[in-house]
Design a protein around this ligand. Structure first.
Ligand SMILES: C[S@@+](CC[C@H](N)C(=O)[O-])C[C@H]1O[C@@H](n2cnc3c(N)ncnc32)[C@H](O)[C@@H]1O
Length: 204
């Protein structure tokens, strides 16, 4: 059975219920942009939460569309954008329900902790939408929890995916440019093992 994450309730409950919401741009995203000779032109962030990473990308000169299923998260993101003095096209949208941008509408997709919350039966839809949203040769930077860490299933932490959960599903549509160890630092201070992966849309 599909897990009920009650996303909007969590955003309404505030900080304590949002261990992923660090308020600072993801280091993996910052590092990736630092490795490029020029930043992407148009980006889509899926599951942007309160918008920290989308706003940071806009500050780098990227035209950003960012979606989240939670209206409360999007409201908060819009407020932060005003304060930051940049423009981001935020909207409430469910990636499983519909395409958030036109086909080949962006050259970069970012997801931090969103693919990993998809139920197994939703993963193919998510991957197909990312592939359809990307222009030829576009890139998807994906951050997901890793199963290579033993954890009490009852304890706080991100969903844990095996490398094969990522690769087997994604490879038919994407080349795997790299897949590396990373970590999510949650408010308990402990690093939670994660994957950072860069996928490139296949030419065919
Ligand atoms: C673990 S949180 C990560 C949020 C944000 N990326 C961050 O790093 O702060 C997962 C996010 O995905 C959003 N989400 C979950 N399912 C979604 C869906 N089907 N479509 C769009 N967003 C979704 C949730 O509302 C939540 O904001």
């Amino acid at each position: 059975m599909q897990k009920d994450w009650a996303w909007d309730d969590r955003y309404k409950a505030g900080k304590e219920a949002l261990p992923w919401d660090t308020g600072v741009p993801a280091s993996e995203l910052v590092e990736y942009f630092g490795s490029l000779s020029c930043v992407p032109k148009r980006a889509l962030e899926i599951g942007c939460g309160t918008g920290t990473d989308a706003i940071w990308m806009a500050q780098q000169g990227v035209v950003v569309k960012a979606i989240d299923i939670s209206p409360t998260a999007i409201e908060s993101a819009k407020g932060k954008t005003k304060a930051a003095g940049v423009k981001v096209d935020f909207s409430v949208s469910d990636i499983v329900e519909k395409m958030p941008v036109s086909e080949a509408g962006v050259d970069f997709v970012f997801d931090r902790g969103v693919y990993h919350v998809m139920a197994p039966e939703q993963r193919a839809i998510f991957i197909n939408r990312v592939a359809a949203a990307l222009d030829k040769g576009g890139y998807w930077l994906c951050l997901a929890g890793s199963a290579d860490q033993n954890r009490d299933p009852e304890s706080l932490g991100p969903p844990q995916l095996k490398a094969s959960d990522l690769i087997d599903n994604i490879e038919p549509k994407f080349e795997v440019m790299w897949l590396q160890r990373a970590s999510f630092i949650l408010p308990d201070g402990k690093p939670h093992l994660a994957w950072k992966a860069l996928f490139k849309k296949r030419a065919i």
